[in-house]
Design a protein around this ligand. Structure first.
Ligand code: MN
Length: 290
């Protein structure tokens, strides 16, 4: 397994300069830096090459994550909106290829955060999502890029709330580069047990996000890390395990994630670094001693 973290632990905006984080996460002991798809989409070719070189310099593997915006909803009943979303995804995949990123996680089968004030039909949404993801997956395959569709809780999206729904969805898509992403924060709300969900995902599991139930770094809450580590070994999971902590209120990140209080103990950057480095030692110990 490779261990990483999402850049947004330190940030209040999704679209930021990722360059600085290669050195930082490397110095904290990580193998992987997960960056935001929105930022990758808007970077120039030169900036993308620079990011790739910086990652290579610090021997950091880059992964990307995104929730498509509502106007790019690839599960929309509106064909124009779906076309816009697919075009967005193709350009993002072009940019990922330049930056040397081979996997994309998140809500790339619809949009996020979901707007529950509008009417929707889940079956119709699912049908359009399958159709769009197949087209995006074929394009991604040209670059050797894998899509890891994220399973999120009911308050954030209605389509894929648990591992079983996601496995059924990717089986129907039937593309080798379309897998699923399980995130312990969402699993804690939706799954009966962590073990059953990971076993259900099995070889369809392409990516894992880890965090406590309140999105603090692993080790500071009540999530069953021993059970999770054991289950990942049982299914022979060898891909990335990426922390996705959100502990600071403010900015677009705080708003989208619904962080309305400080969960960091008013940590400054140095303390945030210490906390996540300590968490990494904890996770490696629990996951690697199985
Ligand atoms: Mn996640």
């Amino acid at each position: 397994m490779k261990f990483g973290t999402y850049f947004a632990y330190w940030e209040s905006e999704w679209d930021t300069d990722y360059l600085q984080y290669c050195k930082k996460v490397s110095s904290l002991g990580f193998d992987v830096l997960e960056v935001g798809g929105a930022g990758i989409y808007s970077m120039t070719e030169e900036e993308l090459r620079e990011l790739r070189q910086e990652a290579e310099k610090y021997e950091i593997k880059l992964t990307a994550c995104i929730g498509l915006s509502k106007d790019c909803d690839v599960s929309s009943v509106d064909a124009d909106v779906r076309a816009k979303g697919i075009a967005f995804m193709k350009r993002l995949l072009d940019h990922m290829h330049i930056a040397g990123i081979d996997r994309l996680s998140g809500i790339t089968h619809s949009y996020w955060p979901f707007d529950y004030t509008q009417e929707f039909d889940k079956a119709v949404m699912r049908r359009f999502a399958v159709q769009s993801v197949r087209e995006i997956a074929d394009y991604a395959a040209g670059y050797g890029i894998t899509l890891n569709l994220e399973v999120v809780n009911r308050f954030e999206h209605p389509l894929l709330n648990c591992a079983a729904e996601a496995v059924s969805f990717v089986k129907e898509i039937d593309k080798p580069n379309v897998k699923i992403l399980l995130d312990t924060f969402h699993m804690n709300i939706e799954e009966d047990t962590f073990r059953d969900a990971f076993l259900c995902a099995g070889s369809y599991l392409g990516h894992v996000h880890i965090g406590e139930a309140n999105r603090k770094v692993p080790g500071k809450g009540h999530i069953a890390w021993d059970e999770i580590g054991q289950a990942l070994h049982e299914i022979g999971y060898e891909e990335c395990v990426v922390m996705e902590p959100f502990v600071k209120e403010g900015g677009i990140v705080g708003r989208d994630i619904h962080v309305w209080r400080d969960l960091s103990g008013n940590a400054d950057e140095k303390k945030l670094d210490e906390d996540i480095a300590e968490s990494l030692v904890f996770v490696k110990k629990v996951f690697e001693n199985k």
